[in-house]
Design a protein around this ligand. Structure first.
Ligand code: IMP
Length: 426
């Protein structure tokens, strides 16, 4: 039997591209679905049979009975939120405990990490990152400082380890003069979450994956957030705290680079961003409002308004390079159905300098646009590429040419069924 491959499915802009739906459509092709980075800051929405599920930490393969799902070592996990999320799925009839394996090396988000997240944000004043408040940054910082607690720690002397770390956090909070918080109730639930997690297989997931790959199994690595929120390659410091790019699949799951197969890069037909930070394509006018309204661009986790704008080819090309994207997937194309004109950002300009390469400091750049005709046709009922209007075909061809990468899937609505596979070059 030949060696299996790990295909990566990655958001390649600012997250919220609709990864949940695509993983769900892709799952039948894979034996294992694994999350490699991030935690409950993610919100992967899946809609089918009229039901809506928002997955935060649990891989989207969970709806497919025969699949193994893995939360990898690169993830951070909040036991209370995990319990809530998992119980909802169990109540909906899905069996989790035999099919969801959690890496012993994944790091735990403590209630005090969440307080620290708020405290650090408050201390930043107007330079706030606009985090999701889920304790992601403080947990990853602790991992890098080598003081964090890992899932495997819950198997022995946990209370003692917990109390030590919590006491350290409380000291830091006193030093920051951030003392107006009460985690009593939250902590109780969190501890129940720890007991609940003990009922799951807590394993060396990298070894399991190594065996699966050696046996020829197919693995899908499900990304979270997006390339422009990557700690190294995003719009630092307005980023998340993990490697959301394809390299993160290797470190966050313990798989070798030569095991990576296809790299699917997901983007929306337009752009959105949640939280602070540079966003050259942002529209402050009614066009931006219209995109937000039609696209329901409000955060799945925080409910915040997403900032909206036209497609950014500078960011897209950069992300394709960093991730080695082999196929592009264009989401939410139907949101642009009623626009007479569609703009595309081809370069950035600032103080008389124009560039089509992602600059070190993305602050203060203005977008340079090209305008294309809109299709002004309802795409939502379409089931095949042959039904696409000419202007949509032209839009697709334009992006493929500008990025040198084929678009193999076009999504025209939130349901699984509204996902059209196409032949590049058509
Ligand atoms: P954190 O990950 O909570 O630390 O937030 C850091 C930045 O990443 C903020 O701007 C968040 O809005 C953004 N962010 C984090 N997770 C997501 C996501 O799943 N989708 C979109 N933006 C996200």
């Amino acid at each position: 039997m030949g060696k299996g491959k790990v295909d990566a499915l990655l958001g390649i802009v600012f997250g919220d591209e609709g990864k949940g739906k695509v993983v769900d459509v892709f799952t039948p092709r894979y034996d294992v679905v694994a999350r490699f980075a991030g935690g409950p800051n993610a919100g992967h929405t899946i809609i089918f049979d009229g039901k809506k599920f928002v997955l935060r930490s649990i891989p989207s393969g969970i709806f497919d009975e025969g699949k193994l799902n893995i939360i990898g070592n690169g993830c951070v996990i909040a036991p209370d939120l995990f319990m809530q999320e998992a119980k909802e799925l169990e109540e909906a009839g899905y069996d989790l405990k035999s099919r969801l394996h959690i890496s012993k090396r994944a790091h735990l988000i403590l209630p005090t990490h969440r307080v620290l997240d708020r405290a650090y944000e408050a201390a930043k004043g107007k330079n706030k990152v606009g985090t999701t408040g889920k304790g992601i940054g403080p947990t990853y910082s602790e991992k890098a400082s080598r003081t964090g607690l890992r899932v495997g720690d819950i198997l022995e002397n946990f209370q003692e380890k917990y109390d030590t770390l919590k006491a350290r956090h409380e000291q830091t909070l006193r030093d920051l003069d951030y003392t107006d918080y009460d985690i009593t109730e939250e902590e109780k639930l969190w501890m129940q979450g720890i007991d609940y997690m003990r009922q799951f297989p807590l394993t060396d997931t990298e070894i399991e994956l190594g065996k699966a790959i050696a046996e020829g199994k197919k693995v899908l690595a499900e990304g979270a957030q997006g390339t422009m929120l990557d700690i190294d390659h995003g719009t630092y410091p307005f980023v998340s705290s993990s490697n959301t790019v394809c390299g993160g699949v290797c470190t966050g799951l313990g798989v070798a680079p030569n095991a990576i197969g296809e790299v699917f890069g997901i983007f929306k037909a337009y752009s959105t961003r949640v939280g602070s930070g540079p966003f050259p394509v942002e529209l402050f006018d009614e066009t931006g409002d219209k995109i937000r309204e039609i696209g329901h661009e409000y955060g799945a986790v925080t409910g915040r308004n997403r900032r909206c704008g036209w497609l950014d080819l500078v960011a897209l090309r950069y992300a394709i390079m960093i991730n080695g994207v082999t196929q592009l997937i264009m989401m939410k194309s139907d949101v642009l159905d009623t626009f007479a004109e569609i703009k595309v950002c081809t370069a950035y300009t600032k103080n008389g300098v124009t560039t089509d390469q992602m600059p070190f400091d993305t602050e203060g750049w203005q977008a340079v646009y090209e305008t294309l005709p809109g299709w002004q046709t309802d795409l939502t009922g379409m089931t095949s590429e042959s039904q696409f209007p000419k202007q949509l075909r032209d839009y697709i061809a334009y992006i493929e040419k500008a990025t040198g990468t084929p678009i193999t899937i076009v999504s025209v609505g939130p349901d699984r069924a509204q996902t059209i596979t196409r032949q590049p070059g058509n």
